[in-house]
Design a protein around this ligand. Structure first.
Ligand code: PLP
Length: 360
């Protein structure tokens, strides 16, 4: 087997150990003579897999009992609509913090359902920082406050959890869930598309406080109602069984790595090493405010963008894949999620140093 280092922003690298295990039990799961994806989602075998995945996620994140964990479909992008449909609960406004492309998309979608108050935006500095708590102009009447703890494209991460008082806090944690310890009780709702830090695409995990369920906007499709999903253990219809199973393998792997705390230490080392190298080398630059630099997505530019194509070609030859920045942004981006090992970051830094020496 020849595994490269994959820096893709999503769908992203998965732990090799997880893929090996999934491969070993692909055609004959636990002696059943069929794969898990060929089984009924209502079979005791799959229900066991599903329940263990939920329990492992609850253990990893210390999710309180008054929160439901939903395994949904439609990606994080469907949550941009499901959040207002479920959480407006008779109110007509919601607060949104705008720190980049993903929060902008969430704002655009929410505008179909309510008046959106953008309570802070860093568009003025080209989304290279996150606002401080003091800069948030929160409205006490808002149905909820939505933000994006980690902007995957700009590489901007909040270094604190906003305090929104009694107004439920909603977070799009797609690209940084499970990367460090967070206090779930501070949130009304957390959602995350799976394909960054959880598992394969096709699954979106929603963690929601129970008391927020059951009062949807008129006309909400049944499939978009969190309470329907909760009351049916995320099996109102056929769930994405294979993605759910694989997410379960990732959760079990994370537990073996020392859980979220163990992973957070590794993530900090990886990010610190890469940013220190970029800062110390004139050939590379990262524009993000130091305290808001993402530990998961590290965008960087070369001193001469005419060299971008050569950089991408040579990095691929060196087994360092998917380093191109977001299509509308250009430059480079190294996504260093949980499944990207420290050796991958070291190999990237060694390549970048050598490239700068040869082309700088
Ligand atoms: C990737 C991403 C999304 C979009 O996820 P889909 O599953 O493709 O809908 C939304 N928000 C953030 C922060 C992301 O990183």
């Amino acid at each position: 087997m020849n595994r490269i280092f994959n820096f893709c922003a999503g769908p992203a690298a998965l732990p090799t150990a997880v893929l090996e295990r999934a491969g070993a039990e692909l055609a004959d799961w636990h002696g059943k003579g069929m794969s898990i994806m060929e089984m009924s989602h209502r079979s005791k075998e799959f229900v066991g897999v599903a329940e263990k995945a939920e329990q492992d996620l609850r253990d990893l994140m210390l999710i309180p009992d008054n929160y439901k964990v939903l395994f949904m479909q439609g990606g994080a992008s469907s949550q941009f609509a499901m959040v207002p449909m479920n959480l407006l609960r008779g109110k007509s406004t919601a607060d949104y913090i705008n720190t980049g492309q993903w929060s902008s998309k969430a704002i655009k979608e929410a505008k179909s359902f309510c008046t959106v108050n953008v309570v802070a935006s860093t568009e003025g500095n080209n989304f290279t920082s996150a606002p401080s708590q003091a800069e948030l102009k929160l409205n006490p009447d808002a149905a909820y406050v939505h933000y994006t703890p980690n902007e995957t494209i700009g590489g901007v991460e909040f270094d604190y959890i906003p305090d929104t008082g009694d107004v439920p806090l909603v977070a799009d944690y797609s690209s940084s869930i499970l990367s460090e310890k967070i206090d779930v009780s501070k949130f009304g709702l957390i959602y995350a598309g799976a394909q960054k830090n959880i598992g394969p695409a096709g699954l979106c995990v929603v963690i929601v406080r129970e008391d927020l369920l059951g009062d949807v906007v008129a006309g909400t499709p049944t499939m978009f109602d969190y309470k329907v999903a909760a009351d049916n253990a995320s099996m109102y219809n056929t769930p994405p069984t294979y993605s759910w199973y694989l997410a379960g393998l990732v959760f079990a792997w994370l537990k073996e790595q020392g859980g979220v705390e163990g992973m957070a230490e590794i993530n900090k080392r990886k990010a610190d090493r890469l940013y220190s190298f970029i800062d110390a080398n004139d050939f590379y630059a990262n524009p993000v405010a130091k305290n808001n630099r993402s530990r998961m997505n590290v965008p960087f530019t070369l001193a001469d963008d005419a060299l971008d194509t050569v950089f991408l070609e040579e990095s691929e030859q060196a087994g360092l894949m998917n380093l191109a920045g977001y299509r509308s942004v250009g430059g480079m981006r190294a996504s260093i999620y949980n499944a990207v090992p420290e050796e991958g970051v070291d190999a990237l830094i060694a390549f970048m140093a050598d490239f700068a020496k040869r082309h700088g």
